[in-house]
Design a protein around this ligand. Sequence first.
Ligand SMILES: C[S@@+](CC[C@H](N)C(=O)[O-])C[C@H]1O[C@@H](n2cnc3c(N)ncnc32)[C@H](O)[C@@H]1O
Length: 347
Amino acid sequence: MKKKILWQFFTKQEIAWNLIDLILSKFKLNSISNILEPSSWTKSFVNELNKRWFKNIKEYEIDWNLTKNPKNFLETIIKEKFNLIIWNPPYSKIHSKETFVIYKWKRMKIEQAFILKSLNLLSNDWWFWFILPINFFTNNKNIKNLILSKFNTIYIYQDDTPWFNENINSAFIFCHNSNNPWINLIYKEIFTHKINKDEFIEKALPVYYFNKNKYKDISNIKLWNFIKKVSKSVNINYKNKNLSSKELVNRKININDWDNYSIAIARVWMWIVWKCGLINSKDIINEVFYVYELKKEYSSHKNAILIQEYIRKNRQYFLDISIWTWSPSIGNKDILDLPINIEIKWS
Ligand SMILES: C[S@@+](CC[C@H](N)C(=O)[O-])C[C@H]1O[C@@H](n2cnc3c(N)ncnc32)[C@H](O)[C@@H]1O
């Protein structure tokens, strides 16, 4: 129950150690003198900072089972300023009412309230480090804008190791102001990539850029070269569909029945299987379909089948660029960026 309400997942000790190591490999942290951990529980970060001679760490923890001195970080008036705030806070779960709070008269997700309060507690020479589930990095535009207004140097780190006992896909972000401003993504020890502010607001996930990078040299011709319109109008009816994604892949359309078909890509709910086939305006669908009308010059039966087959063979691309949050998501732009490595002639 606590797990659900207070979102109690502790950071494994060795993970806290590695994350602090990562920062120390990039920055000298001599000036840090006053540190705050607003939801400390197992003290993973506090202990690791102590081992490295960082002292003066103030902690909060709300749960009286976990501390002798329980305090609600959001409700305590704190006058002190800190030059490092580090946390793995409680965070909201989609569809869970309990993880919303009222902070400064506004209803918001608990991690947003933690961020707003933390930003007000930072002194001038400040550092802000935190872990959050990856859906924070793909949403929360307002909060990310606020972070950009306070910091000019941001690193976001991800790897494949489990950071908690539960399987929660998370990333670690550390923010600072420096003479070398940038937003840098790091995936394991193998990949770093700079992004701009717009990309940070949109999708700030190292693994996504790492996966996209795998396809960068395959071909300059992308699926969008062949597409006239995204989301050609299709009929959606949840009760009376005539076409499921399973039927889509088994469907054979003869050249004689060729009638203005579009490329449809379907995501089969929760299985994250990408299916591709051809549909037209007579079809009625009910799943998560992405529908693309081909340009006139590529819209022959032969070309449509070639493109369909190519997409089917490149399923890994769609898996690689899916963002794995609570439910996998993908955008039109990413689908249309599929490099096409076969020759498709005008028809
Ligand atoms: C995800 S756990 C992380 C614990 C620790 N920071 C770590 O990295 O292992 C979040 C912690 O926040 C505590 N918490 C939840 N709401 C809080 C609040 N309003 N004030 C202080 N602590 C809170 C929970 O009890 C839980 O221990």
